[in-house]
Design a protein around this ligand. Structure first.
Ligand code: TMP
Ligand code: ASP
Length: 243
């Protein structure tokens, strides 16, 4: 099934319609942005790496009973996905303090959280994706109370599965962002992508705070060796899956 027309172009992916109205083609780009696209660049080979890592992780999650939009990888940079209506929410799960959590609360970076923290951000570029309270989320009718509970439950289940998987890759899953959609039958399903663009991944065998970073923070913070870090994650994921 080939791509037909461009439906939507985001910062890291392009969505195309296909001949099947319930199926879209998601094309992963090498483009990288940060800070609401104020910083732009290219990470050579990223599209291929993220599509391949995403495929592995969606398959893993599906095998554990998590409903996802993933159907199949059709080329190194493309996957077929079920068409869903994306909720305008970024669901962030944190195991270790980093990024905006440290900036907004003063918790020192690297602090291990007693329990995973689930946070909801409003996916709205014009507003810079603000952190939402539960009441604001309900006020804005971004999800129903039932959907909110289900999102929290699924986010925590996904966190457990991914933490264990990455641990086996000798990678610490610090935090990550998920997006969910609603399918034609009204079910909440995991959508978008899971990749070094959307996760903080630290090399579990490295203690140096810069050297251990294997994710997009290398691009955000100009740490260098961005492609290398993404390759490292891909290699570890693939070698674990081949054992
Ligand atoms: P934060 O600490 O900046 O709030 O980011 C939390 C996690 O969400 C981190 O793993 C990076 C990811 N993330 C995205 O995937 N997209 C975004 O636009 C932002 C701001 C963060
Ligand atoms: N989504 C952010 C951007 O708009 C990128 C990030 O920090 O992950 O550019």
């Amino acid at each position: 099934m080939s791509a037909t027309e461009k439906l939507y172009e985001g910062k890291a992916k392009i969505l195309y319609t296909t001949q099947d109205p319930d199926v879209l083609l998601s094309h992963f780009k090498d483009d990288a942005t940060a800070f609401n696209a104020q910083k732009r660049g290219t990470i050579v080979g990223k599209g291929e790496i993220n599509c391949t890592i995403g495929t592995a992780l969606f398959k893993l999650l599906s095998s554990k009973g998590i409903p996802t939009h993933f159907i199949e990888q059709t080329s190194p940079t493309d996957m077929r996905v079920r068409r869903v209506q994306i909720l305008p929410l970024e669901v962030v799960i944190r195991n270790i303090a980093a990024g905006s959590l440290c900036k907004q609360t003063g918790i020192p970076q690297g602090t291990i959280l007693k329990h995973p923290l689930v946070e909801f951000f409003y996916k709205k570029d014009e507003l810079n994706d603000p952190l939402l309270t539960r009441d604001r989320l309900l006020l804005l009718e971004l999800a129903t109370p039932e959907q909110l509970e289900r999102l929290r439950t699924m986010a925590l289940q996904i966190n457990e599965i991914l933490c264990q998987f990455f641990r086996e890759c000798h990678i610490t899953l610090v935090d990550f962002k998920l997006e969910f959609g609603i399918d034609a039958d009204g079910n909440l399903i995991l959508a978008d992508e899971i990749s070094p663009d959307t996760c903080r991944l630290w090399d579990a065998e490295e203690t140096d705070p810069k050297a251990r970073v294997l994710d997009k923070d290398r691009f955000r913070q100009d740490l260098g060796s961005v492609e290398n870090a993404y390759q490292q994650v891909l290699q570890r994921v693939q070698s674990l899956l081949n054992t």
